[in-house]
Design a protein around this ligand. Sequence first.
Ligand SMILES: [Fe+2]
Length: 501
Amino acid sequence: MEAKQKEIVAFADEKNIVLDKRAIELLENSNFKKIIEEWRLENPNAFVLEAEAIKTKIQRPKTEVLEAKTVVEGNVFRAAAKGMQKKVRFLSEYDVTGQSNSEGTAKNFLALFQKKFDLLSEMLKKRHNLQPRPISKIKIIPKNNQVDIIGMVFKKWITKNGHIAFQIEDKEGSCIMLIMKTDLNLIKAAELILPDNVIGVKGVKFGDEMIIAKEILLPDLPLKKTKTIPEEISIASTSDIHMGSKLFLEKKFYDFLEWINGRIDSEKEKAKVSKIKYLVISGDNVDGLGIYPSQFNDLNIKDIGKQYEEVWKLIKEIPEYIEIFIIPGQHDAVRWADPKPAIPKEFTKDLEGYSNIHFLGSPTWLEIEGFKTLIYHGDSLHDLIDNASTLESSKPSEAMVELLKKRDLMPSYGMSHPYVPEKKDFMVIKEEPDLVYIGDMHHNNYAEYRGTKVINSGTWQAQTSYQIKLGHTPTPGIVPIVELNTGKIIETKFIKEGQGE
Ligand SMILES: [Fe+2]
């Protein structure tokens, strides 16, 4: 008898319940504790729990869709990932959970910007062929000579002659960097440079406090090969469930739960599911309360505690051999500003005892099977997309790649998204990730940049009236899977693209 089966029998024994072989097999693929406990409460005097009774519990009678698909006797799904050992290491030093100690003072802000400048300028010096001089020393260089600097953008504007001007600062000085309107490539690159970005500049001295840029360099990621491992293991991801919203696609989410439990007919899909050992959920688990002025009318669950109760009921249906990483988004019960700590325990107590479910902050870092993984809800993408005409919300992976080039999840301060000036920096991308998971944009989209995979995991919320106004079409009900052995990203679609439901 396998260890899990022994555990099931022992648990049933404690409750004076006898199980037959078939019942044990069915319980192996379910949340056996919950099923046994429920059955005991409903049948206080019975002592044989049969397979038939378990099947009715596995089939949630709530949806008709499920009944046609539920597991058939003699066809029990056994996932390969179930027998595999998890390999996870949390890099908790990069997660603000339990480490938030900002006083919100001007001193905190100053320290945050200085830290950011130090971290990113070190990366620029290491990564690029720059011979940077302090900005205050430009005046000792003869006019028209080459000069390299590293600085933080303070201001950006268009001059009356149509050139782009930047005021750049380092710790001791400040200068104007001009990008000539005739330098079309550089003008395009400059479009993506925002105030507070730390950049390297190769340029020519024009005046004592002015240089003409010839090249702009970002801290960027080094070029590396896409990482793969021999083991056939996969990471599935999803995001933005928005439980409590009238637009939460509940029936489709049940289809996802049936699928991830292997209760499906397609052998091809079973083979995919069989390898899933990890699931990343990138925030907006619930729709929340008071997030925008007229939200109350858009909710079918108007209590945030109840929203969490309902979403965790669904998460509990995911097999226990899958390690689940859950971060918060702007709609969750945490602060709006980044970095966000994990969802507080008072809202997650229903999942206490589920050792496979991990609540983490946004951003957070971990190693999954040796893959350095960054998970972030994606809040800062809005300001980046809104301020660069070459980026769009239907292609969030392109904006995410820009964050990787800047090595910064707080590219610009003082726009629409707030940040807390923590004493320690949590927003600079200090490591070189193999996998980057984001959500927020409600749009599945993937990219590979210098050996790093960027995955936007979509949503389970249909198009909102706000998105209709913006002309943004979400892609609900699509689950991406990264195959760690092939390096491929594959999808399973529970809703055809363009359909709300
Ligand atoms: Fe969302």
